[in-house]
Ligand binder design. Structure first.
Ligand code: MTE
Ligand code: MO
Length: 301
């Protein structure tokens, strides 16, 4: 199951890594260390994958534990203590336990992934994440047969998180994926951006990134991962199930009850962000559509 997706793609496919390499000449401060095969890099559809710059990615955020306006997280999240950090992995796994993050990341292969990132609010960015495949972590702990979902939980520290005194969501922030979604090679645990450690406001020290789903599925500052046979609790789905489905796959043909999802504002460049069409599964249809074969994507939004 956990085949490495970069080997599955043909040369004409738009591989994030390839596009990232294509962009690297103009990305300041990018360490090329972990990347090989530079000579084979070719341009392909990179307009759409122009990475946002550091300031755009780190100053315009959603992290409600630190406040609900886009600039609150950058202003407030410095209070979050991210060292030491451990993740409790429990439920239907062979090796449950509390894993020290520093040790855990050492045994994983960290690589760069340039992904489109599409918020359900209809804005988007392109982010060069550093991370490892969630499948590698799940394989390391051993998923027991019968497990069908993966549940994730964000740290909850009221003394460090000014936003949680308001019950905007049912804290701690929680999310979930079906096991096959979690094992998909596009699904990563991100520990950095542009080769730097993950900024607190973006979900330090480790967050989920699921590029074909609306941004709220990509839960930040994870302290617990649970393998289960039941569909997990998900904070936004719980807050408003009519507006935020459990799947929340990016889909330009299924509108949010209060706005269209057919297009998005690509953050950056000028004050007036560019309006561009939203792509099915956020542009990852070739890689992920098979996960949803036979499913009614309007009913299972
Ligand atoms: N714990 C937690 N995770 C979260 C959120 C949040 O408020 N709390 N916001 C989500 C939403 S709505 C989006 S769009 C992305 C934003 O990620 P970014 O700020 O790094 O762009 O994080 C998601 N993960
Ligand atoms: Mo979002």
């Amino acid at each position: 199951m956990a085949h490495r997706w970069k080997n599955d793609l043909t040369e004409t496919d738009v591989t994030p890594e390839r596009l990232f390499l294509n962009r690297r000449a103009v990305i300041a401060g990018l360490a090329a260390g972990a990347i090989g095969g530079v000579g084979s890099v070719q341009a392909a559809g990179s307009d759409d994958l122009e990475p946002n710059d550091w300031d755009e990615i780190t100053q315009y955020c959603n992290y409600y534990e630190f406040g609900t306006s886009k600039t609150d997280p950058a202003r407030n999240a410095h209070t979050l203590t991210t060292k030491p950090w451990s993740i409790k992995i429990d439920g239907m796994v062979d090796k449950p336990g509390t894993y020290d993050l520093a040790e855990l990341t050492q045994s994983m292969t960290t690589e760069r992934r340039l992904y489109r990132f599409r918020c359900v609010e209809a804005w988007s960015m392109v982010v060069p994440w550093d991370g490892f495949e969630l499948a590698d972590l799940l394989n390391m702990v051993g998923v027991k047969s019968g497990a069908k979902y993966v549940a994730f939980e964000t740290v909850l520290r009221p003394e460090e998180m000014p936003g949680v005194s308001r019950r905007v969501l049912n804290w701690p922030y929680r999310e979930g994926l079906r096991l096959d979604e979690a094992m998909h090679p596009l699904t990563i645990m991100a520990t950095g951006i542009y080769g730097k450690p993950m900024p607190n406001q973006n979900g330090a020290p480790i967050r989920l990134v699921v590029p074909w789903k609306y941004g709220f599925k990509s839960i930040k500052s994870i302290v617990r991962i649970t393998l289960t046979d039941k569909q997990p609790f998900a904070s936004w789905n719980d807050a408003n199930p009519r507006e935020y489905g459990f799947y929340s796959n990016v889909n330009p043909t299924v509108d949010h009850p209060r706005w269209s999802q057919a297009s998005e504002r690509r953050i950056g460049g000028s004050l007036l962000a560019r309006k561009i069409p939203t792509q099915m599964f956020n542009g990852y249809e070739a890689e992920v559509a098979s996960l949803y074969k036979g499913m009614d994507l309007k009913a299972n939004f």
